[in-house]
Design a protein around this ligand. Structure first.
Ligand code: NAD
Length: 499
């Protein structure tokens, strides 16, 4: 059995006392075992990070950027291998794994320009003979705790920006698909990153708690489910750290009566069922406005859903693969039953699906529930599987209110040909990321990613300038160079003003 060890300077540490199973969701079999680390493992990583970080921070930003350029080229050269590894542990199809990696690489491309964004500000003559300037300095050691569903993109959101800004970074990836994060750390070393600047520690709650309590770690970036995000935020902040913690989602797609329904159905199929619905920016709720729109949409959705091909990750024709593990498959199927018990109409039932030759794989067929209402638990909670729910809205006002009132506020989309309605919706909806005829509005790397309400705790988004702000602290310098003339030092007992 292959074992997956930590990436710590001086060696991972061999076989841990506790190990976790890493499955191949396509076969349902355990394919590797991952070390579940302890405080002692983290202490070793922190000591190595402390030793390496000052020299890295003192390396001029242009040289740090060159490591990013090298890394980008190496990831591109290893794209196929990375995508196959990713698919074999996560279950998403290969093309989708490449998208996962590419989205992370786009953050690295942003980091190639780090000298420019770290320049700071300068005011000459802010007072008589006085100049004021500011600089952004790294925090020291940062940590990232990441979910299973984007094992390349999310570690790169965090590590790319943190490292480019001059920090050392310790990554605690999901224990369900840890191999790609390990490989990315190896490629960073190959790209010229000094040892100790990016290390990987594996584990579960024990390791997360050790990170949150460690006095030498200044900042923690977390992405995962909301209850854990909230816990991580509270515990990290109580320990005096800077914390950003992104949580779960329940994104709505509003379909106005004037929308192009064929386009909507094509967009929705991918956004609801792609990656087996295991995306925080999936669209698992569709809100047609008016019963006429709802009936027409439903009529077109049913054959589109029936035509979806569920297959193994390596099946180039498959629209989506298995979910991540058996427990999650069970959880998703339970939510479908809850929906039925609550009174929703199960139009397409994806439960009980098996793929011939892969009977033990964690596959779920696509499901469609109609007449879902806001009081249902299956509407309020995140299902995170290939399940689309139709919530009928009577008018535009109700369509704005539904995502606005929901506990999650990650993403939302509106499909319409009416520019005024779209503009109004974007301005008023209480959600962090909005798509206008764009089903999955994940912002590009040089903008920033972050939801609202229970989809994110903390006030700084991921990547772009918000990421740079998160991973640096501002120092502001007020300087004067007195020439010894009369007046210098006068009024030293009065709060200085620039008057
Ligand atoms: P998860 O919350 O189970 O795990 C995330 C991380 O937390 C993992 O590294 C895990 O080891 C750790 N963890 C798990 N249980 C813990 C505990 N009790 N205490 C401390 N740490 C713990 O999430 P997941 O299932 O890996 O990922 C799916 C979730 O992530 C979904 O809710 C999805 O919406 C969300 N997500 C959000 C975003 C976003 O940007 N908002 C992006 C991707 C995924």
């Amino acid at each position: 059995m292959r074992t997956i060890d930590h990436v710590i300077v001086g060696g991972g540490g061999g076989t841990a006392a506790r190990m976790g199973d890493v499955f191949d969701p396509n076969t349902g079999k355990v394919q590797a075992s991952v070390a579940l680390g302890t405080q002692a493992d983290l202490d070793r990583a922190v000591a190595a990070a402390q030793a390496a970080q000052p020299a890295w921070a003192a390396t001029n930003p242009q040289r740090r950027a060159r490591v990013m350029f090298n890394f980008k080229a190496l990831v591109e050269a290893n794209m196929d291998e990375l995508a196959h590894t990713l698919s074999s542990e996560h279950g998403k199809v290969i093309a989708d794994s490449k998208g996962d990696i590419q989205r992370g690489l786009e953050v690295i491309e942003f980091c190639c320009g780090i000298p420019h964004v770290l320049k700071g500000e300068y005011t000459q003559g802010a007072g008589p003979g006085i100049d004021v300037y500011s600089m952004r300095q790294p925090l020291g050691i940062g940590a990232g705790i990441t979910p299973f569903n984007f094992p390349a993109m999310i570690p790169l959101w965090m590590s790319g920006v943190a490292i480019a800004c001059g920090n050392a970074f310790i990554l605690k990836p999901s224990e369900r698909d840890p191999s790609v994060p390990v490989r990315l750390a190896e490629l960073f070393r190959e790209a010229g990153l000094p040892e100790g600047i990016l290390q990987v520690v594996h584990g579960d709650k024990e390791m997360v708690d050790a990170i949150l309590d460690h006095p030498a770690i200044s900042a923690v970036s977390f992405v995962g489910s909301s209850d854990i995000a909230h816990y991580v935020y509270n515990r990290g902040v109580a320990a005096g750290k800077r914390v950003q913690a992104m949580g779960g989602a329940k994104n709505h797609g509003i379909v106005m009566p004037d929308a192009d329904l064929d386009q909507v159905v094509a967009d929705l199929s991918g956004a609801a069922f792609g990656s087996a619905g295991e995306r925080c920016m999936a669209l698992p709720v569709v809100v047609p406005v008016g019963d006429k729109t709802a009936d027409a949409l439903r009529e077109k959705l049913i054959p589109a859903i029936d035509a979806l091909r569920v297959g193994v990750s390596t099946d180039a024709e498959a629209h989506y693969g298995p979910v991540v593990n058996a427990a999650h498959k069970q959880r998703v199927e339970n939510w479908i039953q809850t929906g039925v018990d609550e009174g929703a109409e199960l139009v397409v039932d994806g439960r009980g699906f098996t793929l011939q030759g892969h009977e033990q794989g964690f596959f779920i067929g696509p499901s469609l529930l109609d007449r879902v209402t806001t009081d249902m638990q299956s509407y309020k909670e995140e299902i995170f599987g290939p399940v689309l729910q139709i919530v009928r809205a009577k008018d535009f006002e109700e369509a704005v209110r539904l995502p606005s009132d929901h506990q999650y506020g990650n993403g939302v989309a509106i499909f319409t040909r009416n520019g005024h309605a779209a503009r109004e919706f974007a301005a008023r909806v209480n959600v962090g990321m909005v798509g206008i005829n764009v089903p999955i509005p994940v912002p590009v790397a040089y903008h920033t990613f972050g939801g609202w309400k229970r989809s994110a705790f903390g006030d700084t988004n991921q990547h772009g300038m918000e990421g740079v702000k998160f991973w640096t602290k501002v120092k502001t310098i007020t300087q004067r160079w007195p020439d010894g003339g009369v007046g210098d030092g006068a009024n030293a007992f009065v709060i200085p003003t620039m008057g």
